[in-house]
Design a protein around this ligand. Structure first.
Ligand SMILES: NC(=O)c1ccc[n+]([C@@H]2O[C@H](COP(=O)([O-])OP(=O)(O)OC[C@H]3O[C@@H](n4cnc5c(N)ncnc54)[C@H](OP(=O)(O)O)[C@@H]3O)[C@@H](O)[C@H]2O)c1
Length: 336
């Protein structure tokens, strides 16, 4: 089968597709998924170079988030309610391939009316932002929420979820087209360019001097955001997209009675497995209500050959929302 096979570490820009990758080996709880769309994550770039905290033994197939159908040839493990032909999305190491072995417990049926492209990027991003905004940030209707990198993968979902809860959202981004995405796709009430030094003053002006009730930060801007957070505000540490882990002076936390909390979604399955279904229930309810519609970077990347280019675009901050590769499409030149 065709797949992005990792035999040695290198930057993803130097990778090519293997046409004779071995078929996936199925373990005890695995089903075989015919992959239609695979979503990109920043950690794919790190994993390709051997720099990620979770490095499978060589050789392995790159990619972790996917959507597709259960193969007609798939075994169905005991306890698994899925059946061949079911449309599913979820998590599996080896998503950048025509087929992947997936633990059935990390798969969900694709919600009605959702495309493979939309479903491919749900598994990591949606519960992170839902848990971050709803439970860690304790966002309430009418409150002001500041979402940094509001056009990015987790950011755009956080904007949508905060709006769906009835909050007012200020979204930040680094360029005019991304600010427009925060408004047009996310539904943000206000947008601010955080490359301009005046953004905290603008936050205070917009909120009538009070500051925001919740800060959702996937970038590494907690310290700066504490200058425009409200009394008893909640600041949620999501990630460090800017590449630096911040040091926060604790007097800033004390002065405004702030709660500084983290969200590490990947650790919930181990530490709080009973809470995971509640989060998904909340997400599916928002999908059903039509208040949450997955946003996919447009145009989507066509074919596995486009994975290296797509990962470079992600690294260079070119993409917005969730970047997705249509695994089975062939690039135009290969069709000739
Ligand atoms: N805690 C968790 O459980 C969890 C789960 C998923 C992701 N994360 C983390 O959250 C962060 C964002 O993930 P994502 O999936 O939203 O990524 P993404 O789609 O690549 O978006 C990240 C955004 O950050 C902004 N950014 C600011 N400085 C940047 C820089 N120096 N390099 C790259 N981007 C920069 C960019 O927006 P502008 O161009 O507008 O500045 C970019 O669009 C990552 O650090 C990721 O590891 C954490």
């Amino acid at each position: 089968m065709r797949a992005i096979v990792i035999n040695s570490y290198m930057h993803p820009s130097d990778r090519t597709v293997s046409n004779d990758a071995p078929e996936p080996t199925l373990g005890k709880n695995n089903v075989l998924v015919e992959v239609e769309s695979a979503a990109l994550n920043f950690f794919d770039i790190l994993q390709s170079q051997g720099k990620y905290q979770n490095q499978p033994p060589l050789p392995y197939v790159l990619g972790a988030e996917l959507a597709g159908t259960i193969s007609p040839h798939s075994p169905i493990p005991k306890g698994c309610k899925l059946k061949p032909g079911d449309r599913v999305f979820g998590y599996a190491q080896g998503a950048f391939a025509e087929r992947a072995a997936c633990d059935y417990r990390t798969l969900f049926p694709i919600p009605k009316g959702m495309t493979f492209d939309q479903a491919a990027g749900l598994y990591v991003t949606y519960p992170t932002s839902y848990e971050g905004i709803v439970n860690r940030g304790e966002t309430k209707p009418g409150e002001w929420v500041l979402v940094h990198a509001g056009a990015g993968g987790v950011g755009l979902v956080a904007v949508q979820i905060a709006k769906a809860l009835g909050a007012k959202v200020i979204a930040t981004a680094g360029s005019p087209p991304k600010l427009e995405i925060c408004k047009s796709i996310g539904g943000a009430d206000e947008v601010l360019d955080y490359t301009k030094s005046s953004w905290q003053k603008e936050v205070l002006r917009i909120t009538g001097g009070k500051g925001v009730d919740v800060v959702y930060d996937p970038v590494g801007l907690i310290k700066d955001s504490l200058k425009c957070i409200a009394w008893k505000g909640r600041a949620v540490v999501v990630g460090f997209a800017a590449g630096k882990i911040e040091q926060v002076p604790t007097n800033l936390i004390l002065l405004k009675n702030v709660s500084l909390v983290g969200i590490h979604w990947g650790a919930y399955l181990k530490n709080e497995p009973g809470h995971v279904p509640d989060v998904w229930k909340g997400i599916f309810k928002l999908f059903e209500s039509g208040k949450l519609i997955p946003a996919v970077y447009d145009p989507p990347y066509m074919g596995l050959d486009s994975v290296p280019r797509a990962l470079v675009d992600l690294e260079n901050r070119k993409t917005w929302g969730k970047a997705v590769v249509r695994v089975r499409e062939m690039p135009e030149r290969a069709k000739l």
